[in-house]
Design a binder for this molecule. Structure first.
Ligand SMILES: NC(=O)c1ccc[n+]([C@@H]2O[C@H](COP(=O)([O-])OP(=O)(O)OC[C@H]3O[C@@H](n4cnc5c(N)ncnc54)[C@H](O)[C@@H]3O)[C@@H](O)[C@H]2O)c1
Length: 325
């Protein structure tokens, strides 16, 4: 049996695809390449270029490739863009996601690992955030993910669809062969490394008057290979008959924007200029995961929790020239 990986040509999807292959799993990628790269998927992996909302295509892939499970990464994932163009997010992430779920259920595929996000929690009421924290997204991106979580819960009740919604905190770092190539880049670590390489003049820091130790926002950075490993465990969990559930993926350790920049200065030995600006709408001061459920339910053990190590892996990737198209 094989696993269908939607969005496998993107950042987290391509790392996870490689990791599953290394574990001897059969994988098949479906990606429309709107935000991904064909060369991020090894030529040996069966690759279908198309939309997850194309029911006929999904039904055909399930038959042709003997699919018994799906890891659903494919989505648009920029908070700012979702505020400016919510239709893009609801049409791509929700409308197409519903078609995908429908095609899978109709074809008899009832195991799904879903890329959800800490953005489904909205402004935190307590830190660290555990899975029982209320979900009140602060932007259309977060809502688009929460809608799919909600729909999967009802499909479980009615159609016995079993799912693990993995709520990632900040994915970061690179494997030895694959890393982050977002265009435009909005994530802090790749931006900081672009500044270290003089590809951009400076890094903009949004807000230094938050109630944190140095006034800048605190986030929980999780290495992309540790994320990939959690997907492999979530698949095992579902194949062993596990019940549907939602699980946070973070390290449980928060770093401020300035701490990340200082760590990157140390790792790269380069100067990194910053420019302070006011707060950005919708940025919570702290987002830190309680990830004890991932450890208890999946047996997950992050291997790369150290911030300097995460940045060093991304720096190696950026310096290798592979991040350039
Ligand atoms: N990067 C993070 O820090 C983070 C945090 C929380 C959740 N997530 C979620 O993880 C998933 C992967 O994130 P990423 O950073 O790897 O993003 P990415 O943009 O690098 O990858 C997404 C991939 O999905 C493809 N895609 C998008 N819409 C599609 C569609 N309708 N049909 C087929 N393919 C489509 C894109 O071409 C791209 O290759 C997303 O669902 C995102 O919301 C990411």
């Amino acid at each position: 049996m094989a696993t269908l990986i939607t969005g496998g040509a993107g950042y987290i999807g391509s790392v996870t695809t490689e990791l599953l292959r290394d574990r001897g799993e059969q994988v098949v990628v479906l990606d429309n390449l709107s935000r991904g790269y064909r060369d991020a998927v090894a030529p040996e992996v069966p690759f279908y270029e198309g939309n997850v909302g194309d029911r006929k295509l999904v039904t055909r892939i399930v038959k042709e490739q003997n699919i018994d499970a799906c890891i659903h990464f494919a989505a648009f994932a920029y908070v700012g863009e979702s505020v400016a163009h919510p239709a893009l997010y609801f049409e791509n992430n929700v409308a197409q996601g519903i078609q995908l779920l429908g095609a899978l259920v109709e074809s008899g595929v009832r195991r799904i690992v879903f890329s959800s996000t800490c953005a489904t929690y909205g402004e935190p009421q307590r830190i660290p955030i555990d899975e029982s924290h209320p979900q009140q997204p602060a932007n259309p991106y977060g809502w688009s993910k929460l809608f799919i979580e909600r729909i999967m819960a009802d499909y479980d009740a009615a159609y016995e669809l079993k799912f693990v919604a993995l709520r990632y905190f900040n994915a970061s770092g690179a494997s030895s062969t694959r890393g982050e190539r977002h265009e435009p880049e909005t994530h802090l670590i790749p931006l900081v490394l672009k500044a270290a390489k003089n590809e951009i003049d400076h890094v903009t820091v949004f807000g230094n008057d938050y109630p944190t130790t140095d006034g800048t926002c605190v986030r929980d950075y999780i290495h992309v290979s540790d994320l990939g490993g959690a997907h492999a465990l979530a698949l095992e969990y579902l194949r062993a008959g596990g019940a549907s559930t939602a699980i946070n993926l973070g390290n449980g350790q928060g770093y401020s924007v300035l701490e990340v920049i200082n760590a990157a200065r140390e790792v790269t030995g380069r100067d990194i200029a910053i420019e302070m600006q006011g707060r950005r709408a919708g940025d919570p001061s702290h987002l830190v995961a309680d990830s004890s459920k991932a450890r208890a339910v999946l047996g997950w053990q992050p291997q790369h929790a150290d911030l300097a190590g995460i940045i060093a892996s991304a720096w190696e990737w950026h310096s290798s020239g592979q991040s350039v198209d």
